[in-house]
Ligand binder design. Structure first.
Ligand SMILES: [Zn+2]
Length: 87
């Protein structure tokens, strides 16, 4: 089952706690985040595991390899981390 929340038309707002999506800010990466070209390292919002996601290898995003609950996706424009918050 592929969980994907379509929020493509909303403005990325990392400070909005209500959104189930997080966006990496390239100019303000966290301690456990990195982003280079089409690859990014993100930390799972569920378990905290840091994992790599690539736009070329994971076109539909990559689930957290530890818990599988959140999915990170890299595009040219942004890195998003989606949580399955409504389950
Ligand atoms: Zn996880």
């Amino acid at each position: 089952m592929l969980f994907r929340r379509n929020r493509k038309f909303s403005t990325p707002d990392p400070y909005n706690q209500d959104t189930p999506m997080r966006y990496l800010d390239k100019n303000n990466l966290g301690q456990h985040e990195d982003w280079y070209g089409t690859n990014a390292a993100v930390s799972c919002t569920s378990c905290g595991k840091v994992f790599i996601v690539s736009a070329t290898l994971h076109r539909k995003g990559r689930k957290c390899p530890a818990c599988g609950l959140c999915t990170a996706t890299v595009t040219k424009q942004q890195v998003t981390i989606t949580e399955p918050s409504d389950t």
